[in-house]
Design a binder for this molecule. Structure first.
Ligand SMILES: *Cc1c(COP(=O)(O)O)cnc(C)c1O
Length: 400
């Protein structure tokens, strides 16, 4: 079932109110305040009339778990209300959202353009896997809009980018990209995971599809995996139909956890925004730090674009320490509060060292060419008291 945008009244309500109330029925089964978990694999018909009312589209209802579930629908409607999207579809993971969307919309002979600073698995899917199905992929250097436009061919179906990107938090000018996509009549898809609908609303810039890894800020508690696609009813429906075949459906229990996490969505993102800004400012002044990348800092190369199109600058701070791999390892080993691990957007602050974690399988030279230096760290700020995170970083840096 489609998660259509709710009433005008609802869309006028604030982000926090929508995070708590949107998408859910006011009066629920057994008068619960929470949306029940419909933990079921199938849905039964009362009789033949009931079947025929459904098949003749007289009555909208559920049929089989892979095709959708009421708990999932409530979570999807809430997300559509937060993003200001006409429709939303959930998936088992962010990567399921990416792969199902591309496979649903592309055919042999089509072409896509992606920007060069995107999630590693999205990159490998676009450049390796899609090629096996006869879909060509061109890669545009992030920020070079002329080059990007020159790569567009008559058979270009989709332009795909992230904003902000990982790990350097590059900000794409959505207005410029939206303008190119409109003129060239291609679909524009943005992975907005790092920004969330709280900080950035790409649909306002003419972006056709917004993707999120729900695993990150939307779930928000480091305890679930989920994917989200939002856009017009027509395109999302096309993707939804294909998902029924590929089967990367979100489980009802997981949909409930997502719904639960979303209740505090704006509180958590606001806190992460503020803490990340304080941490970035503090690190920028620290004698053991070489460089800080945070879109909220004046020193960030796209700070002006970020200021124009974002409400807050997100919870991720990337920095380079002064020192080598030995110093980097010392820093990691000295941390007492920040957890060491990939991912972001949860209640717990996580720090990752891309060279040792996500890029461990590359030679030093290969990863240096991608900007993955020995002294590079990515801090994903949680919702703890920022002073405590700062204190932990300072004590760990003291030993570097
Ligand atoms: C995590 C992430 C993904 C993949 O999402 P999963 O839920 O892990 O499958 C895609 N894009 C970005 C930017 C991410 O951070």
């Amino acid at each position: 079932m489609a998660a259509k945008k709710k009433s005008k009244k609802e869309s006028r309500r604030g982000m926090s109110t929508r995070a708590v109330h949107a998408g859910e029925d006011r009066h629920k089964w057994a008068d619960t305040i929470t949306t029940p978990i419909a933990q079921t694999s199938t849905f039964v018909f009362k009789n033949v009339k009931d079947i025929q009312d459904y098949t003749s589209k007289k009555k909208a209802r559920f049929e089989y778990g892979r095709y959708g579930n009421p708990t999932e629908l409530a979570a999807a409607r809430k997300l559509a209300a937060l993003e200001g999207a006409e429709d939303c579809q959930l998936f088992a993971t962010g990567m399921s959202a990416v792969t199902t969307t591309f496979l649903a919309l592309l055919s042999k002979g089509d072409h896509i353009v992606i920007t060069d600073d995107i999630y590693k698995k999205t990159w490998s899917f676009c450049t390796n896997d899609l090629a096996r199905f006869g879909v060509d992929c061109s890669i545009a250097p992030m920020g070079d809009y002329k080059k990007l436009e020159s790569l567009i061919r008559p058979n270009t179906k989709i332009i795909f980018s992230e904003s902000p990107t990982n790990p350097y938090l590059f900000i794409v000018d959505l207005e410029k990209l939206g303008d190119i996509a409109r003129r060239k009549k291609t679909l524009l898809m943005i992975d907005g995971t790092f920004a969330t609908p709280y900080n950035q609303q790409p649909i306002q810039y003419g972006v056709d599809l917004v993707m999120h890894s729900g695993t990150k800020y939307l779930g928000g508690h480091n305890d679930l995996l989920a994917g989200v696609i939002m856009g017009s009813r027509k395109i999302v429906d096309e993707i939804r139909t294909f998902l029924k075949t590929t089967g990367g459906t979100i489980d009802p229990h997981c949909a409930y956890l997502l719904l639960r996490g979303l209740k505090t969505f704006s509180l958590r993102v606001e806190r992460s925004n503020q803490s990340a800004m304080a941490i970035a400012q503090c690190l920028e002044k620290h004698p053991k730090i070489q460089r800080v990348y945070y879109p909220g800092l004046k020193s960030h190369p796209q700070h002006r674009v970020a200021k124009r199109q974002m409400r807050g600058f997100g919870g991720v701070v990337t920095f380079l320490i002064k020192g080598n791999m030995t110093a980097a390892k010392r820093l990691l080993n000295a941390l007492e509060l920040c957890y060491i691990g990939p991912s972001l957007g949860g209640t717990e602050t996580l720090i990752t060292h891309p060279a040792l974690v996500s890029y461990y399988d590359m030679t030093r030279q290969e990863r240096m060419a991608l900007g993955i230096y020995d002294e590079l760290f990515r801090l994903a700020v949680g919702v703890e008291d920022p002073e405590d995170i700062i204190a932990d970083l300072k004590q760990a840096l003291a030993g570097v």
